[in-house]
Design a protein around this ligand. Sequence first.
Ligand code: FMN
Length: 244
Amino acid sequence: MEALECIKTRRSIRKFTEQPVTEDEVRQVVEAAAFAPSWKNTQIARYIVVTDKEKKDKLADNCMLGFTYNQKTTHGAPALVVLTMIKERSGYERDGSFSTPLATHWQSFDAGIAAQTFCLSAHALGLGTVIMGIYDPAEVAKVVEIPEGQEVAALIALGHPAQDPQRRRVRMSIRCCDLSKSAYFEHRGSNSAVLFFSRHKVTRAHELPSAGSPYLGGSFFCTGKPGCANCVSVFDPDGRGVFR
Ligand SMILES: Cc1cc2nc3c(=O)[nH]c(=O)nc-3n(C[C@H](O)[C@H](O)[C@H](O)COP(=O)(O)O)c2cc1C
């Protein structure tokens, strides 16, 4: 599957067929997910794949903080992946101090990139996934042995999709690195307005001087001062924002 198609067609899958996932399928997904970038190439993500029904039932019944969607998803998924991260490496110096004021932030950041890479890889191979954040890590650790020095970063249900959700609407945000020129593009579907936002003002596309329709809005001078040509953003008819 082509990369952009994979990114745009992936959806969270919460219903699965009864077909088990094979070891080979899991291996392919994890192998691809291992290519995710990470802080100083620390590669802290690890995957514990639970297929044992008894364990999976315990995870569903005891670990989802009573959130019934996740309970149902876990019961119905042939595999539940416990994504763990090795603690105190990503974002840390060798002496154990934080590398940046963002402290523990980077380890979860890396785990997030790994999770999405995992989900995209699974999708490319015809498998479905949903990342789940509503769970109790302490309860998960009672069911699944979490290796020393690691902690749970997320749960991911994995299996063969039994649903095909439509592509959802997406919000697009584009911000120019020069702070005098910033824009926020919000794409709300084909009929509604596109908002142009700068540090100075918010303007609906149809209010712009050269606007004919939201998607033919033409140019927008984002300093808010008429005639300022510092920053011009345009929309093409597909609603893709282009900054120039
Ligand atoms: C960090 C994170 C936590 C999430 N937690 C849950 C969850 O607990 N249960 C669930 O059903 N979906 C969960 N999701 C899935 C989101 O609801 C889903 O990604 C979002 O609605 C967008 O839909 P899409 O993935 O189909 O594009 C989570 C997603 C992320 C990134």
